[in-house]
Ligand binder design. Structure first.
Ligand SMILES: [Zn+2]
Length: 112
């Protein structure tokens, strides 16, 4: 019975460690969320500010305007390239396979 209790205690303390790790991760995520909330509170226009129109996104149903990421947002360090002419469209937020530059968007489809 003593051995059983010992094993049980060990098992439980493993679970406690795991729970503790999870709580720690949640606290870290909470902190990040809190920072975001503070950031957005200080900048009520951050979600709606005019964004730079940099090109287009091509979908089956047509083209959508492609905008530069909101200032202060987390972006990837990869260029967005045009899917037709491979010219860089933007210096970060890529890679994307569906972006189209202004020139290719304005060309006739068969000339792209
Ligand atoms: Zn292009």
């Amino acid at each position: 019975m003593g051995a059983f209790n010992f094993i049980w205690d060990l098992h439980q303390s493993d679970q406690l460690d795991e729970l503790y790790e999870r709580v720690k991760k949640l606290e870290e995520q909470n902190e990040i969320l809190y920072e975001w909330v503070q950031y957005l509170k200080d900048r009520p226009d951050a979600m709606t500010e005019q964004r730079e129109h940099i090109g287009y996104t091509e979908r089956e149903e047509g083209f959508y305007k492609l905008y530069a990421p909101v200032k202060g947002s987390v972006v990837t360090q990869a260029f967005i390239m045009c899917k037709y002419c491979s010219q860089p469209i933007y210096h970060c937020s890529g890679p994307r396979s569906d972006a189209v530059c202004f020139e290719c968007h304005d060309k006739e489809p068969e000339l792209r």
